[in-house]
Design a protein around this ligand. Structure first.
Ligand code: SF4
Length: 379
């Protein structure tokens, strides 16, 4: 196994993790200039999990040995261990078929635009380059299919191979390992397709770094630092409000447009809310708004163990809630040998139809008026 950390900058305006945003919305780069990067607890936990996984893979350690230790400013808990282990075991398993294993290799992706990246694990398996990305979040499930961040890592890893290795590679595989979501997503593509994608990236990077103010709303707005100042978000909210409150002129087409931007608008409203709250609590006054004191929180135990000791001795077992069974997935992780028995004890509710944008994955279902839904098995 090798590591290849070099001295490139740790953060670029056109980073792989934001590729979906800046490739779709060049204006976000212009509007985000100079805004500080804030790190949430989830991000800190993720950084610590990556660091532990790296140490375990390189030094053949058990993630358990890190419990209670502070890594990258975050204390590693017992609850993190099975998830880190799942990723470490998967990479170790894949490494058995690899002629090269790189862990946390940092490389140049497109030097002319200052795009650099670090692949969590990068393996050469025959004529395939396999790039594995650990996602420690529990929010949204991340799909490997056409994943721009994964494709950029794959390109960086491929382009930085030594010539003799590069010659051998025909395919790249991108794997997203998201153990806390029980999500393991993988997708392979020929090198020629990756090269085509890199043309798109170059065009998008040139536009994004040109000071463009073209703003396009989409699911990529979720992590945008410029939400509050974004003119597209502001217009969308205005448009949505006007359409929604004018039932005489509204059409289905208008409503579809509202549907397409609803998630982005929700996030925008949350961002505006938090921005105004922070300013107000720092002393700013806004016409039409005022700060008031909310309701007190629910009563909570000051010291839980002390309370348990006292209340158990006074009231007995009744002070406890009923024991709660873990989920089938959690118990399978705990006792993998019981998988069949667990399957026999469980069921999965039927899938329900949902309305999504055309760009999302999934076979389309047609519903004939007055009859049951029929799935079209095609394309
Ligand atoms: S909020 Fe969305 S549309 Fe606005 S700049 Fe950011 S990514 Fe672009």
């Amino acid at each position: 196994m090798s590591t290849a950390k070099e001295t490139q900058p740790a953060h670029s305006e056109l980073g792989p993790s934001g590729a979906s945003r800046w490739m779709n919305c060049p204006g976000s780069v212009t509007l985000s200039k100079g805004k500080p990067n804030t790190s949430s607890d989830a991000a800190k936990e993720g950084t610590a999990a990556h660091a532990v996984a790296e140490e375990c893979l390189i030094k053949k350690l058990d993630p358990k040995s890190f419990v209670g230790k502070v890594v990258e400013g975050w204390t590693i808990t017992q609850a993190m261990v099975p998830h880190i282990s799942e990723y470490v075991d998967m990479v170790n398993g894949e490494s058995a078929f690899a002629s090269h294993v790189g862990i946390e290799e940092r490389f140049i992706i497109l030097e002319e635009f200052g795009i650099f990246g670090t692949a969590d694990a990068c393996l050469i398996q025959g004529d395939m380059l396999h790039v594995i990305d650990l996602k420690f979040g529990i929010g949204i499930s991340v799909d490997a299919y056409k994943n721009k961040q994964g494709m950029l890592y794959a390109w960086g890893a491929y382009d930085n191979l030594k010539a003799s290795d590069k010659k051998k590679i025909k395919t790249v595989r991108i794997t997203i390992s998201q153990p806390r979501k029980n999500n393991h997503s993988t997708w392979a593509l020929p090198i020629a397709d990756l090269e085509l994608f890199m043309h798109e990236v170059r065009e998008a990077a040139a536009k994004a770094s040109s000071g463009s103010m073209e703003c396009n709303i989409g699911e990529w707005c979720r992590w945008c630092k410029a939400k509050v100042e974004c003119p597209a978000q502001f217009e969308a909210v205005n448009e949505m409000a006007q359409k929604t409150f004018d039932p005489v002129t509204i059409t289905d087409k208008d409503l579809v447009r509202v549907f397409m931007i609803k998630d982005a608008v929700k996030k925008y409203i949350e961002a505006v809310d938090s921005y105004l709250y922070q300013k107000a609590t720092s002393g700013s006054k806004f016409e039409g708004l005022k700060l008031v004191m909310g309701r007190k929180g629910n009563q909570a135990w000051e010291d839980k163990s002390e309370s348990v000791e006292f209340l158990e001795s006074m009231v007995g077992d009744e002070v406890f809630k009923e024991r709660e069974l873990k989920t089938p997935t959690q118990i399978k992780k705990l006792s993998p040998e019981l998988e069949k028995e667990i399957d026999a004890l469980t069921f999965r509710p039927d899938a329900k139809m949902k309305l999504v944008s055309e760009a999302e994955k999934g076979k389309e279902i047609t519903v004939n008026a007055g009859s049951e839904a029929q799935a079209i098995f095609g394309s």
